[in-house]
Design a protein around this ligand. Structure first.
Ligand code: GLU
Length: 373
């Protein structure tokens, strides 16, 4: 089914619902009445045949209160990690109890960025989601904050939710936020208008997010929500931002159709969708205009068009491709190590063998391992 308005939420076969810290936790305590109202809605959706995967923040906020850490546990990575490991127990208990009250079984899954960047581990996580859903459980996902390091962490659960939706084969993602959705300018301005539907995220849409604010408890502002929407739209998944601050927020969004719905754009094959959603490229290749044009028409990336190489990557690693102006065009898996790309950048095929000391491969990134962004 294709979601074309918020009223279609109930028709999704499988739905990811992301709940931010500021909705779930207030002054270090769970917002029990609100949570009960949300879980009632989730149970209702489930009874009507929509499978639910939850992505829940709140571990850091809950744990920081228990440990008495300043700034909600976000003064340093060490604080956040300690807070998360204490708070995650409380968080899991909260979901297990609330879902259990409706006869639903909660299943905890803690993921790091790397678990979804590596193809084999991604498929393994996907298989776990499939089995849990088949068995009737409600997966409750969070980032494994207590072991994730600064360099390789999502840091916000918005992008995690989009990646989880891919892994779990969901049709749509609902991001429950403390605002109604995306505004066309700083929502504090009198003439700011809610954008109800986005059909493809353009640089203009990205620019709208810069003025948006967030409550300070969580880490995902509007920018991370748009990044999540980009991952989702490329994977053929609808994503909606709705206001979660009221009780029964999903019914409210469906009734009023208030929120921002990002329509899915294309559905690459499963592997390319995964590749396009990867978040941690290890290098950057700058390409000339002719090469950028060729990539847009579906060609592989050839050495002749590469004008700059940076980063430390090995064969098989993810690299991003940027234009002369620095815009990100694509990403893909490099056929060469960084030093080898350096050696053959800008060279025609006939000159490459001499530089490499062996017969060159057909391309730096084959089009099968390349996704336009
Ligand atoms: N994973 C973090 C937590 O459970 C929250 C990340 C976010 O703010 O999105 O507290």
């Amino acid at each position: 089914m294709r979601m074309s308005t918020l009223k279609d939420i109930g028709d999704c076969r499988r739905l990811v619902v992301k709940i931010g810290s500021s909705l779930l936790v207030e002054r270090g305590e769970p917002r029990k009445a609100w949570l009960a109202s949300l879980v009632r809605e989730l149970a209702g959706l489930r009874a009507q045949g929509t499978e639910i995967v939850l992505v829940s923040s709140g571990a850091i906020a809950l744990g920081a209160a228990k440990l008495g850490l300043a700034r909600g546990g976000r003064s340093s990575l060490a604080d956040a990690q300690a807070a998360a490991s204490v708070g995650q127990i409380a968080l899991a208990h909260l979901w297990s109890e609330n879902l259990g009250a409706h006869g639903l079984t909660a299943a905890q899954i803690l993921l790091t960025l790397d678990d979804l960047e590596d193809r084999r581990r991604y498929l393994n996580a996907a298989a776990t989601f499939a089995r849990l859903l088949e068995a009737g459980a409600v997966p409750v996902v969070n980032e494994n904050d207590s072991v994730a390091t600064a360099e390789i962490r999502f840091g916000d659960n918005d992008r995690l939710a989009a990646r989880v939706a891919q892994a779990a084969g969901a049709a749509a993602v609902l991001l429950l936020s403390d605002v109604d959705g995306l505004y066309d300018r700083d929502p504090g301005l009198a003439d700011a208008r809610l954008v109800e539907q986005v059909d493809g995220i353009t640089p203009e849409v990205m620019a709208m997010a810069s003025g948006a604010s967030s409550s300070g408890l969580g880490s995902g502002g509007m920018v991370s929500k748009l990044q999540a929407a980009q991952i989702a739209e490329r994977a053929g998944i609808a994503l909606a931002i709705i206001n979660g601050t009221h009780e029964s927020p999903i019914a409210r969004a469906m009734d009023s159709a208030r929120g921002t719905l990002f329509l899915p754009r294309r559905s690459d094959g499963a592997r390319k969708a995964w590749l396009g959603g990867r978040l941690a490229p290890l290098g950057t290749l700058r390409v000339d205009n002719g090469c950028a044009e060729a990539l847009r028409s579906g060609a592989s990336l050839l050495a002749a068009g590469v004008v700059g190489v940076s980063g430390d990557f090995r064969r098989g690693d993810l690299v991003k491709i940027v234009s002369m102006g620095g815009n990100v065009l694509a990403q893909g898996l490099s056929e060469y190590d960084a030093a080898e790309v350096q050696a053959i950048a800008g060279k025609r095929e006939s000159d490459q063998a001499e530089r490499l000391g062996y017969a060159p491969r057909a391309a730096i990134i084959h089009r099968d391992h390349l996704v336009m962004l």
